[in-house]
Design a protein around this ligand. Structure first.
Ligand code: PLP
Length: 476
């Protein structure tokens, strides 16, 4: 790597991205390309000779940008937010620039110790119980995704139970969730060898505001125990994907404790709000959970994707199944047991310098800056919710706890008129979803009668955007 050339090209990339950020609101939020478009523009084999970056950036402008769905656009309301910050992008650049591989302490002491420190900072800032910290019995790690967090915690409890109970069949192990739990739980269960028939997907209703019913959980567990099954793991959610429903963590944990069930709390989206004390009531009972995770790349200004913060209560139990040994990895600090080797907290061996962006975001915004960010999104969502409630064409269909407003059009004929509710200052309200008349909410999986949608992902939905763009119904 030539430092002089790196500097020249680096400035070009920063200039290029700055121009993109200044203009992305001009593009249609949803890419207009057809499948396979890129092959028509780019050669089918790699070039024999290298080309200058200037030419390649022209190609990015011509061929890549049209194929982007602009997640950072103020008109983007799809899925959950991916709120980019300069601190996060620059933190990622620093991480890429150093390119250390931090599988154990010795391979990258600063990467290991910064992650350790930042995870304790965050846990304190979010009011998590002391036992989730390294100063307690637990600790935190930055993984790529919630799905990985669930796989890793499931493996830990699976092996613990198999070790404790001797030779029992995997077929007996049962996992619990609700019909609102993210589908990553089902995938994770499959990966760790749980029989798909033993994933109990408990039905939620509007009566429990789409939260998991403790009574139903108890009844299901009792039936499982009676039939010789072994209750293993419960995934409770704070802020479900479809409606941001909140499972009642405290009563669920109490029941789980009676049966020795590991409780993982998935707060992929809404976990970010715990930085604000007024939202901590949603996590009441978290002290009884075994693990907790949230995606800092969603609403916590730490994109790009790949920044899932996981804390566990018992680091010994967690790392027992995930640790890996090899002669070439042995070293004195690891043998001394005085250091964290993050290879034992994840599936792969190698890992990036994950904590730099989180550290830069936390340090440059401060806790107050992050609180302002969350509160501002919620404030905007409340304004939007008020506008929807005032408008007789629409109905808010589930409680708004955070910055997601779920609403539906009351009469499809009025769809065309459903334009023009711009939010304050052209800023994006975190997320807006609209359900089609008569459709009930569930998990947004194909086949369910759900339109948990925003920017153009549903066939028959409409929504208003923050900057006056109307993205309504183009696919109807
Ligand atoms: N859990 C919840 C509540 C989510 O909303 C999502 C995705 O939006 C996920 C899990 C999946 O997260 P990941 O892509 O990090 O596995």
């Amino acid at each position: 790597l030539d430092p002089v050339e790196f500097k020249r090209q680096g400035y070009m990339i920063i200039d290029f991205l700055s121009d993109y950020y200044a203009r992305f609101h001009e593009y249609p939020v949803l890419s207009q390309v057809e499948p396979g478009y890129l092959a028509r523009h780019l050669s089918s084999s790699a070039p024999r000779e290298g080309e200058p970056l200037e030419n390649l950036l022209e190609g990015v402008t011509k061929f890549i940008i049209p194929g982007l769905t602009h997640w950072q656009s103020p008109g983007f309301f799809g899925y959950f937010p991916s709120s980019l910050s300069a601190a996060s992008v620059l933190g990622e650049s620093l991480s890429a620039g150093f390119s250390v591989v931090s599988f154990n302490w010795q391979s990258a002491p600063a990467a290991t110790e910064l992650e350790h420190l930042v995870m304790d900072w965050l846990a304190r800032a979010m009011g998590l119980p002391e036992h989730f910290l390294f100063s307690g019995s637990g600790g935190g790690v930055i993984l790529g995704s919630t799905c990985e967090a669930i796989v890793c915690t499931l493996v830990a409890v699976r092996d613990k139970v198999l070790a404790e109970r001797g030779r029992i069949s995997l077929e007996k192990l049962v996992v619990y969730c609700s019909d609102q739990t993210h589908c990553s739980l089902q995938k994770a269960a499959r990966i760790v060898g749980i029989n798909p028939n033993n994933v109990r997907v408990l039905r939620t209703t509007m009566e429990t505001a789409m939260g998991l019913s403790p009574t139903l959980l108890r009844e299901t567990i009792e039936a499982d125990v009676d039939s010789g099954h072994i209750p293993l793991y419960l995934c409770a959610t704070i802020g479900t994907t479809s409606t941001t429903a909140v499972d009642p963590v405290l009563p669920l944990c109490k029941i789980a404790k009676e049966y020795g069930i590991w409780v993982h709390v998935d707060a992929a989206y809404a976990g970010a709000t715990l930085i604000c004390p007024e939202y901590r009531g949603f996590a009441a009972g978290i002290e009884f959970a075994n693990s907790f995770s949230f995606n800092a790349h969603k609403w916590f200004l730490c994109p790009p994707v790949g920044c899932c913060c996981l804390w566990v209560k018992d680091r010994e139990a967690f790392t027992r199944s995930l640790s890996m040994e090899a002669d070439y990895l042995r070293n004195a600090p690891s043998d001394s047991k005085r250091v964290i080797d993050y290879k034992d907290w994840q599936i792969p061996l190698g890992r990036r310098f994950n904590s730099l962006r989180v550290w830069l975001v936390l340090s440059s915004y401060g806790i107050e800056g992050l609180q302002n960010h969350i509160r501002n999104h919620v404030r905007l969502a409340k304004i939007f919710e008020g506008l929807v409630e005032e408008d007789e064409r629409f109905k808010v269909v589930s409680p708004r706890y955070f910055a997601l407003v779920c609403f539906r059009l009351l009469h499809p004929c009025l769809a065309k008129r459903a334009n023009g509710h711009a939010t304050e200052n052209g800023q994006s309200v975190s997320n807006i979803r609209c359900a089609e008349r008569g459709h009930s909410f569930s998990n947004g999986h194909a086949g369910d009668k759900v339109h948990s949608v925003s920017n153009g992902h549903s066939g028959k939905s409409c929504y208003s955007t923050s900057n006056g763009h109307t993205a309504a119904n183009s696919h109807a």
